[in-house]
Design a protein around this ligand. Structure first.
Ligand code: TYD
Length: 134
């Protein structure tokens, strides 16, 4: 599947930790947008889409949440609970996010500005596109 965990260098000392994110260095694209999810209500599941072009990298800054990732062939579930780690997600990966801890702050970096045209929000349509592509 076209995803990977990226381990960031954490500059820790007796004051605490610091992680720096730089485009085309430890982030594998030009960063055009940053958004974050917080105060997610208990039991909420969100996402339910794939992107035609967009590449994204998710970092849980606080707390934890789970991702379901699906490339049309396999499905995997991952736990994000480490602010020194980023989850890189390529285009044409269906994603759902769930099991948000009450304190979860999920930050997402994206290589493009928001464009509803880039979304595939219908799972059957997503399956058709990826299967025809294989
Ligand atoms: P939505 O696509 O429902 O979020 P998720 O995929 O996490 O379930 O987005 C919620 C709202 O926020 C929706 O009205 C679109 C808007 N939005 C933006 O305006 N800019 C953005 O960068 C994103 C990701 C969403």
């Amino acid at each position: 599947m076209n995803i990977k965990f990226i381990q960031f260098q954490s500059h820790g000392d007796n004051r605490g930790s610091l992680v720096s994110l730089e485009q085309n260095k430890n982030i594998p694209f030009d960063i055009k947008r940053v958004y974050y999810l917080f105060s997610t209500k208990n039991g909420v599941r969100r996402g339910f889409h794939a992107h035609k072009k967009l590449k994204q990298l998710a970092v849980v800054l606080k707390g934890s949440c789970r991702f379901l990732l699906d490339d049309g062939i396999e499905k995997i579930e991952l736990l994000l609970d480490n602010p020194s780690q980023g989850l890189y997600i390529e285009s044409f990966i269906w994603r759902e996010m769930f099991d948000f801890s009450e304190d979860c702050v999920l930050m997402v970096l994206a290589d493009s500005i928001y464009d509803e045209e880039d979304y595939i929000r219908d799972y059957e349509e997503f399956k058709k596109i990826v299967i025809n592509d294989i």
